[in-house]
Design a protein around this ligand. Structure first.
Ligand SMILES: Nc1ncnc2c1ncn2[C@@H]1O[C@H](COP(=O)(O)OP(=O)(O)OP(=O)(O)O)[C@@H](O)[C@H]1O
Length: 309
C-alpha cells in the first residue's frame, strides 16, 4: 500500500440503516485513468467523499499515495484534486475569482493566484467567461470551472464525480485529452459515472461497484457470448446467406435497424466469424461489438448470479 496511486481495502460506510458502501476494495494506478462504474445509488459518491477526506469510513483502509486521509487529512488534501458533481459555493464570484480564491486557500500569493487562475481557465477553455459571475455559467461551463478549481494546487491525484455530465461532445473530447495528459504525467485519475459510453472513451481501467460492494472485473470472468453488429454494403443480403457462411441456423441471426446481430464468444470467435463472412463473399462494411466495452462488462456483471448474492 505504498504506491503513488489510490488503494482501498474493504471500506464500509453506513448512514443510519442505509449501508451505502459495504465492502469496497480497489486500486487506481498512477499513470492511468480509472473509471468507477456503477448504477445510481451504488455508492460511488460516498466512496469518493471518503477518498477526498470529506467523510469518515466506518471500517477499512484508504491510502492516497501512501497517505491515510483520515489520519492525515491535510497531507491527503495537498495531493488530491476533488471535483464534485455539482460546483458548490460562491455564485457571486467570477470564474476567475473562484479559481484565484481557491489558489489563495492553498497559500499562493495574490499575484501567483491571479497567474494560476488565468492559466487554468485557459486550460479548461473558459477564458472568454473569466469575468462572468459563476452563477450565470451553464452546467457544462460550471463543470469546467470545477475542474479548474480541482487542479489549482497541481495535485497528484484527481477524483472526479460524474465530470462529463452536462458537457457537449467537444467539451467531452477536451476533458478526455486533459485527463489523459494528466495521467500521462504519472498522476492518478479516478472518475465516476453511471453513463458507461461516456467512461468507455475515457478510461484505461475500471472498478465496478454494485450495491455498495466492489465486484470482480468482468474480464477476469469466463468469456460469454456477446453480440456483434454487422452491416453489409450494397443490396440486401439474406439471413440464410449470413447464417450459412457461419455454419449456423437463420434463427441465430437477428435483424436490427438494417443491420445484423451475431453472437460470438469473445474476440477470437468474432474474428473467425468475420473471416468466414468475408470469405463467403459478403460485402461487410461494418463489424463491431454491439455495445461498448464497459457497457458489455456491466451487463455481464448483471448476468452473474454469484455477484448478485
Ligand atoms: N447522507 C446520506 N444519508 C443517507 N443516505 C445516504 C446519504 N448519502 C448517500 N446515501 C445513500 O447511500 C446510497 C449510495 O449513494 P451514493 O450517492 O454514494 O451513490 P452513487 O453511486 O453516487 O449514485 P448516483 O450514480 O445516483 O450518483 C444511496 O442509497 C443513497 O441514498
Amino acid at each position: 500500500m505504498t504506491h503513488a496511486g489510490i488503494d482501498v481495502v474493504d471500506v464500509r460506510r453506513s448512514f443510519g440503516p442505509v449501508e451505502a458502501v459495504r465492502g469496497v476494495t480497489l486500486t487506481a494506478q498512477p499513470g492511468r485513468v480509472t473509471g468507477l462504474v456503477g448504477p445510481n445509488g451504488a455508492g460511488k459518491t460516498t466512496l469518493l467523499l471518503m477518498l477526498a477526506s470529506l467523510l469518515q469510513p466506518d471500517a477499512g483502509a484508504i491510502r492516497i499515495a501512501g497517505v491515510d486521509p483520515i489520519a492525515d487529512p491535510a497531507a491527503a488534501r495537498r495531493m488530491i484534486g476533488w471535483m464534485p458533481d455539482a460546483l458548490g459555493a460562491w455564485p457571486a464570484l467570477t470564474a476567475r475569482e473562484t479559481v484565484a480564491v481557491s489558489a489563495r486557500l492553498y497559500g499562493m500569493t495574490r499575484s501567483q493566484a491571479a497567474e494560476r487562475a488565468a492559466a487554468l481557465l485557459a486550460h479548461v477553455g473558459l477564458m472568454d467567461l473569466a469575468d462572468a459571475p459563476a452563477r450565470v455559467l451553464s452546467r457544462g461551463q460550471k463543470q469546467r470551472l470545477g475542474l479548474a478549481r480541482a487542479l489549482v494546487h497541481d495535485p497528484q491525484v484527481l477524483l472526479l464525480d460524474e465530470p462529463a455530465s452536462g458537457l457537449d461532445p467537444q467539451a467531452r473530447i477536451d476533458l478526455r485529452l486533459l485527463l489523459r495528459g494528466f495521467a500521462a504525467a504519472g498522476r492518478t485519475v479516478l472518475v465516476s459515472s453511471h453513463v458507461l459510453a461516456e467512461l468507455d472513451e475515457l478510461v484505461d481501467d475500471a472498478a465496478f461497484l454494485v450495491a455498495g460492494r466492489s465486484v470482480a472485473r468482468p474480464d477476469e470472468q469466463p468469456a460469454r457470448a456477446r453480440a456483434w453488429r454487422m452491416r453489409v454494403a450494397g443490396p440486401p443480403v439474406s439471413l440464410v446467406g449470413i447464417a450459412g457462411a457461419l455454419g449456423r441456423r437463420p434463427e441465430e441471426v437477428t435483424v436490427d435497424r438494417g443491420t445484423f446481430l451475431l453472437a460470438f464468444e469473445g474476440d477470437a470467435a468474432a474474428a473467425e466469424g468475420l473471416r468466414a463472412l468475408v470469405g463467403a463473399g459478403l460485402p461487410v462494411a461494418e463489424f463491431a461489438p454491439a455495445v461498448g466495452r464497459l457497457e458489455q462488462a456491466f451487463l455481464d456483471l448483471g448476468n452473474s448470479p454469484e455477484e448478485r448474492a
